[in-house]
Design a protein around this ligand. Structure first.
Ligand code: TRP
Length: 459
């Protein structure tokens, strides 16, 4: 542990931290709320039959997601170190830290394709400003507009580069002056925009069918795959299993209430996903479009709707501003995991750590972007780069990271440490039943759920 009065303190790296409770919440919620909510969640709901998927998803968030988030939080705050350093500090001389290294790799893979999609968001914001959607005409025209763009070589690369530079700029400014400040302003803006769009969508004639779809479960559509998709989405949307909560948690003061922040973050993320659902589904139904359009939903179906909607041009701009903000507050969290790792493990300066990370990401991202076009035939294990990175992170590394986090906290650190962290060494009260329930979820239910899902998808 560092001692501020020691003669070495001046030479040691001074750790950044969050400045306020609200700052911690918006930063965590900012990481959680992202393309996962605006792009992935609506199309998964559409493909998996609506309300039943949402209910299963809610169950996973509460019973598996929150316990994993709290476990990662405990690891981060107790160690006050980056994703790898955390395990080294808490379990010196053991191999747990390998999981931290994998978490950093996971963030690298996610951000490679995430920044490509973020770049698409930039392009679509421009298109919205130029009213391109109205000009492209029907959904066939919009589908061509999207595939022509995504499969072209240069434009997506330029957008991807701009997106990375924007994220880099914020992270270079640091945790308190960059990430926290940006999230404090942008998260309220983001919620406001999505609420405005939801109101517009809900007041369309014929919106009722969309609401029905979102809130009346049709259990006949549920298969084993629905559960897989729901748990995968809970991991992705809450940014779990990838060292993010460990890293952000390490910047949180010992006075904050881990249980409350975790619950609020999960609630904000879920609420946002539901409002996004209310913004998208009623419009989809009002225009008689099938909800199961897959990943093209946001870039093809929605522009189609915008082109016909009264005030659609304006709503399109608002929507893509929201998409871009949501993507940025998440990408900075992914970038911070890697930057913190470079800063602390290799004693790099923040500026150079971010620059190096950006460069590696840029190269990997170029591969992902080009895999939609000229490199479409370059396949590893039958997948192009984009799909491979998505698969490796979401289906392998994140699950593994989440599993290690709960097992480490539940079995290695144990009840006393958990109690100590959740009560801030006795300063807060936590009812015994809640502690027991959490302990059960962390030790048994979460690991079992992850194991079952992993086995199901690999065999
Ligand atoms: N949760 C974000 C979203 O919903 C994506 C994200 C940010 C993420 N940080 C992460 C995903 C870390 C996994 C791991 O879009």
């Amino acid at each position: 542990m560092k001692d501020a009065n020691s003669p070495h303190a001046a030479h040691e790296h001074q750790r950044d931290s969050f400045g306020s409770s609200f700052g911690v919440l918006v930063a965590l919620a900012g990481s959680a709320v992202g393309l996962g909510n605006l792009w992935r969640f609506p199309y998964l709901v559409g493909e998996n039959g609506g309300a039943a998927f949402i209910l299963i998803y809610l169950g996973f968030v509460l019973l598996v997601g929150v316990p994993i988030m709290m476990s990662e939080f405990i690891i981060g705050r107790r160690s006050q170190a980056n994703a790898r350093g955390a395990f080294k500090k808490l379990a010196p001389g053991s191999l747990w830290y390998v999981s931290g290294t994998l978490a950093v790799l996971c963030c690298l893979l996610i951000l490679s394709f995430y920044s490509v999609v973020g770049g698409w968001g930039i392009e679509y914001l421009f298109k919205a400003f130029r009213f391109d959607f109205t000009r492209a005409g029907d959904s066939a025209g919009l589908s061509t507009l999207f595939s022509d763009f995504a499969s072209s070589t240069w434009r997506p690369l330029v957008c991807h580069t701009v997106f990375l530079l924007l994220s880099g700029l914020i992270v270079i400014l640091g945790v308190k002056n960059g990430i926290e400040k940006f999230s404090k302003v942008m998260m309220p803006v983001l919620f406001l925009i999505i609420i405005v769009i939801a109101i517009r969508s809900l007041t369309l004639p014929g919106a009722g069918a969309g609401i029905d779809y979102l809130f009346h479960p049709d259990w006949s559509k549920v298969t084993a795959n629905t559960y897989l998709a729901a748990l995968g989405q809970a991991f992705f949307s809450l940014s779990l299993g990838s060292g993010m909560v460990i890293t952000y948690g390490s910047y949180v003061s010992k006075k904050e209430n881990i249980t409350a922040i975790s619950a609020k973050t999960a609630a904000a993320d879920t609420l946002f996903a539901l409002i996004a659902g209310c913004a998208i589904m009623p419009a989809v139904f009002a225009f008689g479009i099938s909800p199961g359009e897959g990943p093209g939903l946001v870039f093809i179906t929605l522009p189609h709707i915008f082109s016909q909607l009264p005030l659609g041009g304006f709503i399109a701009i608002l929507f893509f501003v929201a998409l871009l903000l949501a993507a940025l507050t998440s990408s900075i969290s992914l970038l911070e995991v890697i930057a913190a790792f470079c800063i602390e493990e290799f004693k790099m300066k923040r500026f150079w750590a971010v620059m190096l990370t950006l460069f590696v990401l840029w190269v990997l991202g170029c591969l992902c972007s080009l895999s939609q076009g000229v490199l479409a035939d370059w396949k590893i294990f039958g997948r192009n780069f984009f799909d491979l990175f998505d698969f490796l992170s979401a289906n392998v590394l994140m699950l593994l990271g989440g599993l290690v986090a709960v097992v480490f906290v539940g079995w290695k650190l144990g009840r006393t440490v958990i109690h100590d962290e959740l009560t801030n060494s006795g300063a807060l009260k936590i009812p015994v039943w809640l502690l027991d329930t959490l302990l059960f979820l962390i030790r048994f239910l979460a690991p079992a759920a992850i194991a079952v899902i992993a086995i199901f998808q690999w065999v």
